[in-house]
Design a protein around this ligand. Structure first.
Ligand code: SAH
Ligand code: SF4
Ligand code: F3S
Length: 441
């Protein structure tokens, strides 16, 4: 091995799944003797873990790769790699190979564990190495170099079978496959031994967990098993699809003490016509009924969502249905996206695309309305004492700590380094739309 090459930088785009994959990449690079570096100029190995869920995620990667050309010219021994969801598509791979000739290694989402051998092949041949795995496999063996010492993401499944018509994820991540409960439980027991307090179970549609296993295991059954593990204090999960959000899940949330009173339940659009065209397989009424049950059975539940604005054919009336959903439900948090055409998906072929200005105008109205609702929801916390897991020190003020409530609300409060990693009670004294302020009691 070339002993001069020692420092690596990983730049990650996209969802928690990608960030979690980067923790595996980081492990593999450190076994090869690399150490982590934030400054690109000082790095000997730069890797982009990419996302293609919306066009702007892709454009950022191309922009950044373009800017690396000069650095690579000055430092030709540097290795540049690109991996992640974008690399699962032939178009993006072809663009990188033809226009970004300074990229040395390209690989996909299913063969991360082969990275050390790809680096070795590149070193010995000097050639551009492209390695994409087509088979649907789940890697639960590569160790993870976790970014955080007491909060962990745990993959429970990979892929997605839903094929929402706007979404590229099933093409990038392949068919849905679940990890066995034994493998998941062993990983979490090991995390508990190492002092981890909070875990987030990850999948594109966690409520459909276990369908590929024999014997079948349901997601609420998995939650029960995780709830038994000593040392783990909080359990979260991401993402839930409304079509698979069962009564069994709501009951599990209500009865399992470690499962936090918080759910991210994307509704995407409030209009039944648009939901049908999106192939979401639920109606507005079904979604509202789920929310009613969740609020009834899980006291103090907090809610978040994803919404797409400007899906093909969305009329002003359809959009108003989305606005009224937001008001009816009363979200604590949420993410709104301008519909982005993704080549290869059904919606990309639809003829009635919405002009950008219309999307933009609706988007603005939606976020104005959402931020007001977040403000009101946070206001309800004033005077309450909430349990907070202290995550770290505020970037802007060394005397202020930050943490999250069980409802995933961000809280700022005074405290010392010794509190980091602890569960503390915080009395809420102030708020805005996005965070709470308080005092340890
Ligand atoms: N599996 C998750 C979400 C994965 S992608 C789920 O089903 O909820 C995260 C979010 O990106 C989606 O919820 C959706 O709101 C948004 N998204 C996906 N494709 C998009 C597109 N083409 N344009 C705009 N937003 C999109
Ligand atoms: Fe995409 Fe739909 Fe699958 Fe979520 S459920 S990843 S939005 S196809
Ligand atoms: Fe993006 Fe891939 Fe996640 S496309 S949203 S990084 S699964």
């Amino acid at each position: 091995m070339n002993f001069l090459i020692k420092k690596y930088t990983i730049i990650t785009y996209g969802c928690q799944m990608n960030h979690h994959d980067s923790e595996k990449i980081s492990y593999l690079l450190e076994t090869l003797g690399y150490t982590k570096e934030d400054d690109l100029e000082k790095s000997d190995f730069i890797i982009y873990n990419t996302c293609l869920v919306r066009e702007n995620a892709e454009l950022k990667v191309y922009g950044q790769l373009g800017a690396l050309k000069n650095l690579k010219r000055k430092k030709p021994e540097m290795i540049i790699a690109v991996c992640g969801c974008m690399m699962q598509t032939g178009d993006a791979r072809a663009t990188i190979i033809s226009k970004y000739k300074h990229v040395d290694i390209i690989f996909g989402t299913k063969n991360i564990s082969r990275l050390p051998s790809l680096i070795a092949r590149h070193r010995s041949t000097g050639e551009v190495i492209v390695d994409i795995e087509e088979e649907d496999i789940i890697d639960d063996e590569t160790p993870i170099n976790r970014e955080h010492p007491f909060i962990a993401y745990v993959n429970i499944m990979t892929g997605c079978n839903n094929y929402c018509t706007f979404c590229i994820v099933p093409y990038a991540r392949g068919k849905e496959i679940s990890r066995t409960p034994e493998s998941i439980i062993n990983e979490i027991k090991d995390l508990a031994k190492k002092g981890y307090k909070e875990i987030t179970l990850l999948g594109q549609n966690v409520n459909s967990y276990g369908k590929t296993l024999s014997p079948k295991v349901t997601f609420p059954e998995l939650l029960k098993m995780v709830n038994e593990i000593d040392g783990i204090e909080r359990i979260r999960f991401l993402t839930s699809h409304p079509k698979d959000c069962s009564d069994e899940l709501i009951d599990a949330m209500a009865s399992l003490d470690k499962v936090c009173e918080n759910i991210h339940l994307p509704f995407q659009s409030g209009s039944n016509k648009i939901l049908k065209d999106m192939h979401r397989v639920y109606t507005r009424e079904h979604y509202l009924e789920l929310i009613r049950k969740l609020k009834e059975k899980v006291p103090n539940i907090t809610l978040s969502t994803d919404i797409i604005v400007g899906f093909p054919g969305e009329t002003e009336e359809d959009f108003e249905d989305t606005l009224s959903m937001v008001e009816k439900v009363g979200y604590d948090q949420g993410f709104t996206f301008l519909y982005s055409i993704r080549k290869g998906t059904k919606a990309a072929e639809m003829q009635n695309q919405i002009p950008h200005e219309v999307k933009q105008e609706r988007f603005q109205r939606l976020i104005d309305s959402m931020y007001k609702i977040f403000y009101e929801k946070n206001k309800e916390c004033l005077g309450q004492t909430l349990e907070v897991l202290v995550e770290g020190i505020s970037k802007n003020n060394p005397d202020i700590l930050t943490g999250r409530t069980r409802g995933y609300k961000l809280v700022h409060f005074k405290g010392g380094k010794r509190n980091i990693g602890q569960l503390v009670n915080v009395k809420i004294t102030g708020h805005n739309s996005f965070a709470l302020e308080g005092e340890i009691v």
